[in-house]
Design a protein around this ligand. Structure first.
Ligand SMILES: Cc1cc2nc3c(=O)[nH]c(=O)nc-3n(C[C@H](O)[C@H](O)[C@H](O)COP(=O)(O)OP(=O)(O)OC[C@H]3O[C@@H](n4cnc5c(N)ncnc54)[C@H](O)[C@@H]3O)c2cc1C
Length: 388
């Protein structure tokens, strides 16, 4: 029995079932998708005015998060510089007295190495995306990894190998593509799954929707090709401990903004926010980032819990329940009562059907619209909910 506010002891890491070979679209037929979800016409929803005029919001860097590529590179470079300096000193000592030309002074080598290190690993990296009137930035696709039967992880190079993306938490990027037959370009938002502190690249996790112009184009892209990006599009600005506890109700690729927020929270040792994830999918193979969330459940059993729902669970499935998000489940697992005065927030992201059932649709990217659906019926207020 699951009880509110109670976070269980650590569970053993759940095994993520390996996806079967590709060509498994059978359970994701376009008619099924269309029947379940109304069209997501983000091109209409992301007009120019959605692009923020003011990007003065502080960019959140994970000052206290564990070392990432930049930090470890600095460490390696320091080691390298020390080794070069040490080697120079050895060469200088062992050659003294011989007729060989004088080697460079060790201090000169060390300072050259330091200069090079400073050049290579700038302490304040450039932000590739600055918003405002920056316009679209064309990024080269560096590599592609097939992570499930219909999802690819796509790595795009930032303009400079020392750049960070400039993404805020939470924010998204919009992508633009115009095919030869298209009258107008198609524009869709994506939330990178790579850390904001990573230098030189960003990663997108992209699910392919049959008949979907952007996701099909992305899946057809080969390394070396380019895509137009713009952003960041600010979403819900996060500060450490902004809320005592949050719940995330996600469907399908609606998980990527949740993952961005979760990373910000758990990469920051000062942030003590408790997180409850409710994640609905069609089949087990559709659960994205499952091992990442399993790691969190295992590492932070007092602060992170995940509940999975599947339309078509395998017979022996033990990691969650069958069916869609329903009121009884929400009543049981949401970490705070509507009127208990808790400093909590509920985030919702997924296909239109999920929004309609759980929270009501957003009116536009700028207008959250009224709170409707299950959360309203349970007594939550508009201010307690954020629709990505
Ligand atoms: C803030 C935000 C962040 C997003 N981040 C990501 C991300 O990181 N990765 C990612 O793959 N997608 C993400 N999406 C969804 C993405 O923007 C596109 O909607 C999606 O890739 C489909 O675009 P498309 O042009 O291929 O298809 P569309 O023409 O938009 O849709 C094709 C068909 O698929 C259905 N469909 C569209 N989206 C969904 C969905 N999410 N679930 C179920 N059915 C759907 C439509 O109803 C339609 O029948 C995000 C959306 C938002 C609002």
């Amino acid at each position: 029995m699951i009880s509110r506010h109670v976070f269980r002891a650590a569970q053993p890491l759940k095994q993520v079932r390996k996806s079967p070979a590709p060509n498994l679209q059978s359970h994701l037929s376009p008619s099924r998708l269309r029947a379940r979800f109304a069209s997501t016409n983000y091109a209409d929803q992301v007009p120019k005015e959605d692009l923020p005029s003011d990007f003065s919001q502080p960019i959140r860097h994970y000052a206290s998060q564990p070392a990432r590529s930049g930090a470890s590179a600095t460490f390696l470079y320091t080691l390298g510089a020390a080794a070069v300096a040490g080697g120079g000193y050895y060469a200088y000592s062992s050659n003294s007295g011989s007729k060989a030309p004088s080697p460079p002074q060790p201090s000169a080598i060390a300072s050259a190495a330091k200069e090079k290190a400073a050049e290579t690993i700038s302490s304040t990296p450039n932000k590739a995306f600055t918003g405002g009137d920056q316009g679209f930035l064309s990024l080269k696709l560096e590599s592609v990894e097939q992570v499930s039967h219909n999802t690819k992880r796509m790595r795009f190079s930032l303009p400079d190998s020392n750049d960070v993306s400039g993404m805020q938490v939470a924010s998204a990027l919009i992508t633009k593509y115009k095919g030869p037959e298209m009258e107008k370009p198609v524009i869709r938002p994506y939330t990178p799954v790579s850390d904001e502190g990573e230098r030189g690249y960003l990663d997108l996790l992209v699910k392919r929707y049959e008949g979907g112009p952007m996701s099909m184009h992305l899946h057809d892209m080969a390394p070396g090709q380019r895509l137009d990006f713009k952003g960041p599009i600010p979403k819900y600005p996060w500060d450490e401990n902004k809320h005592d506890s949050i719940a995330m109700i996600a469907g399908g690729t609606g998980i990527t903004p949740m993952y961005q927020l979760t990373r910000a929270i758990f990469n920051n040792p000062n942030d003590k926010t408790k997180v409850t994830l409710i994640f609905g999918n069609l089949t087990e193979e559709d659960i994205l980032l499952k091992s990442e969330f399993a790691d969190l459940e295992n590492t932070y059993p007092q602060r992170f819990r995940a509940f999975y729902l599947l339309d078509n669970p395998p017979e022996d499935w033990q990691s969650g329940t069958k069916g869609h998000v329903h009121k009884e489940l929400l009543k049981t697992v949401l970490p705070f009562e509507p009127k208990d005065g808790a400093n909590g927030k509920i985030f919702v992201c997924g296909p239109p059907g999920l929004y309609k059932a759980v929270s009501g649709m957003k009116k536009s990217p700028q207008d959250q619209g009224e709170l409707e659906g299950m959360l309203k019926e349970l007594g939550y207020e508009k201010e307690q909910v954020y629709k990505f």
